[in-house]
Design a binder for this molecule. Structure first.
Ligand code: ADP
Length: 423
């Protein structure tokens, strides 16, 4: 199998989100954590590379993304996707534009589109302005984001200072007239030298039209949702052969563990729901950890039956998180808990756990790193943007799901286990 579609995402949970949406079609989607050192031995039709470049210095983001592009080209990909956040997160210096121009230069293309819309999650674009629910981006909570405050809602204005070539718009009225009309509008823009075209979308049906119009573009850029229709289009037009390998749930040993380091309000509800089911659980207290070290939790873990899927969690209310942070420092408390949960993951694997449910973006990063997972095959979706993933860790087949903060519903942990059994 060679790769037909290669995507590069500017952060880890964004890559999982994109991979999950592509896998809804049933095709095999592979997710790589960073650019692999070696060429792919068994590339999937859809390859996604997760970078950590959203807030990196521009030159570093560009260099990493070009490396990822070269790897994907080597795997056979001929169509490419640059995935960024559906709220178009970028710093004032902005990585989105420079990375897109670097990809365009390497691919020798003179036009691409920008469509971060994700209507299912309340992100829509009208007349080039991005909305979060009913609020313009710059009036939404994103205006106060600690790393990427968004103080303009207009995507053309945000993009212009980040690129060297002209920026234009294909508006909702054009999209509403269908794929042929949109293609004609893009061609018009191209004749006038407009390299960067923001495309409006307010509903899933708009995304279908955009994907149809742009499916042969060498480079598309956007949020995950505009890529979602592509696998079905490529299957329908024969770009992807109907007998291409499908996503498969591998044979897994028994046993598993839930490791939760997210303190988001949704994760607090998910932990409460799982506790209410009477599952064995151990709560990590940062202050106690700082005094007593990791041994007490490891002793507890070693006494557990992993077939009952016990939970270890640091998830706590905002007030107790603040209290721990005040005593230990934000970074120290965070890293200490990430390290403990990562060590628990390793211990659980040695005890025979083959299913891992990780809650928290940073927490998931620490756990995948400890388990030495570099590549994941995407399986069944548990909640929008959160699939089961399959990987090899220490030559053992494992399943893991990596849930960032507010994703999933209250019953996420129990749902995840049920869905894995059913798949
Ligand atoms: P999310 O996806 O919700 O942002 P992350 O795992 O990315 O979750 O971030 C949560 C951070 O909070 C991690 O660094 C984690 O170690 C830290 N943390 C978890 N529990 C506590 C706690 N009780 N006190 C202080 N920090 C905590």
């Amino acid at each position: 199998m060679t790769t037909i579609f290669g995507a590069i995402a500017d952060d880890f949970t964004g890559a999982t989100d994109l991979a999950g949406l592509l896998a809804r079609s049933g095709v095999r989607v592979s997710l790589r954590m960073g650019v692999p050192d070696q060429p792919a031995k068994d590339p999937a039709a859809f390859e996604v590379i997760a970078l950590k470049s959203r807030t990196a210095p521009v030159a570093e983001a560009v260099a990493e993304t070009r490396k990822a592009l070269a790897w994907l080209q080597n795997a056979g990909a001929r169509r490419f996707f640059w995935k960024y956040c559906s709220t178009f997160d970028s710093t004032a210096e902005g990585n989105i534009g420079p990375v897109a121009e670097a990809l365009m230069a390497d691919l020798g293309v003179d036009q691409t589109i920008y469509c971060p819309a994700f209507p299912e999650n309340g992100r829509s674009i009208f007349m080039g302005n991005l909305f979060v629910g009913q609020q313009p981006l710059a009036e939404s909570p994103m205006k106060d984001h600690p790393l990427t405050p968004m103080q303009d809602s207009n995507l053309m204005r945000l993009l212009r200072p980040q690129v060297t070539k002209p920026v234009g718009l294909a508006d909702r009225l054009t999209v509403a007239r269908g794929a042929a009309a949109l293609r004609a509008a893009l061609d018009d823009h191209k004749r006038q030298g407009t390299a960067h075209v923001v495309v409006d979308a307010v509903a899933n049906s708009d995304l279908e039209i955009i994907a149809e119009a742009c499916r042969d573009m060498v480079l598309m850029t956007g949020g995950s949702a505009v890529a979602m229709p592509l696998p079905a289009l490529y299957l329908a037009d024969g770009t992807l052969s109907a007998d291409a390998p499908k996503a498969q749930t591998p044979k897994l040993g028994t046993g598993g563990i839930v490791l939760s380091g997210s303190c988001s309000s949704m994760t607090n509800k998910q932990v409460a729901d799982y506790l209410a089911r009477g599952t064995a659980a151990y709560q990590l207290d940062p202050l106690q950890l700082a005094e007593q070290g990791i041994q007490p939790v490891l002793d507890w873990l070693k006494s557990q039956d992993l077939n009952a899927f016990p939970m270890i969690y640091a998830t706590a209310s905002p007030a107790s998180v603040k209290a721990a942070q005040a005593k230990l420092g934000v970074a120290t408390a965070g890293e200490m808990i990430e390290n403990v949960l990562a060590t628990c993951a390793l211990t659980a694997r040695e005890m025979g756990a083959r299913r891992f449910i990780a809650a928290g973006g940073e927490t998931s990063g620490a756990i995948t790193k400890a388990l030495d997972v570099a590549q994941l095959d995407i399986g069944a979706e548990i909640a929008p943007g959160v699939p089961w993933c399959f990987a090899t860790s220490d030559r053992k087949q494992i399943a893991l799901t990596l849930k960032s903060g507010n994703f999933g519903t209250e019953t996420f942990f129990a749902d995840a286990l049920r869905i894995l059994e059913a798949s």
